[in-house]
Design a protein around this ligand. Structure first.
Ligand code: 5GP
Length: 193
């Protein structure tokens, strides 16, 4: 028989301000099959960006569909972020952890607070990704070039508040260098195996 002790998978919550590089870090982590990660695809009401695929980056839904999911208790957490709603489908997270896979959530800070209120234990790992500086964060958000000036300003204003919440996390990782930050997170995850 193979080694199947059926240890429940970890719940890894990665959060931090918009533009800090969470998405890129997530892509790098997902390449490492030894981490046994399952990325929890969120639901959102925001419009698709060029290149995004429904069911891969997000489940793109209408506001009505989203609110139906709130009402039926289908979301582990949800938050409004600069005019759109984002949420984590609950059942998939639990079922996947039961299968022994480590579930990765990439969500904003209010969502993390909700998850940490509901899910407890040593196997829940919260990681805050911080920018090297707020100036660098602005440069990155503008560099993405996908948002209007108004949205960029909204996201930056939000970032200042988000940065204040970093002490609520078990780990804070500064994304000064992508691969260095990824290595640090990989070490954190492996230390919990
Ligand atoms: P974006 O529009 O740039 O894809 O995402 C905006 C913000 O929403 C990011 O900080 C992202 O991490 C966060 N986000 C994505 N999915 C979820 C989710 O399911 N729940 C919460 N609370 N935030 C999410």
């Amino acid at each position: 028989m193979e080694n199947k002790s059926k240890k429940r998978g970890l719940l890894i919550i990665m959060s931090g301000p918009s533009g800090v590089g969470k998405g890129t870090i997530r892509e790098e982590l997902m390449k490492d099959k030894s981490l046994n990660l399952f990325y929890s695809v969120s639901m959102t009401t925001r419009n698709k960006r060029p290149g995004e695929v429904d069911g891969r980056e997000y489940y793109f839904v209408t506001r009505e569909e989203f609110d139906k999911n709130i009402e039926t208790g289908n979301l582990l957490e949800w938050a409004e972020f600069v005019g759109n709603r984002y949420g984590t489908p609950k059942d998939k997270v639990e079922a996947t952890r039961d299968e022994g896979k480590n579930v990765l959530l990439e969500i904003e800070v209010n969502g993390t607070s909700q998850v940490l209120e509901k899910v407890h234990g040593d196997d829940v790992i919260s990681i805050f990704i911080a920018p090297p500086s707020i100036e660098e964060l602005e440069r990155r958000i503008r560099g993405r070039g996908t948002e209007s000036d108004e949205v960029v300003k909204g996201r930056l204003a939000k970032a200042a508040g988000e940065l204040k919440l970093k002490d609520q996390y078990r780990y804070v990782v500064v994304n000064d260098d992508l691969l260095r930050a990824v290595d640090e997170i990989r070490d954190i995850i492996v230390s919990k195996f």
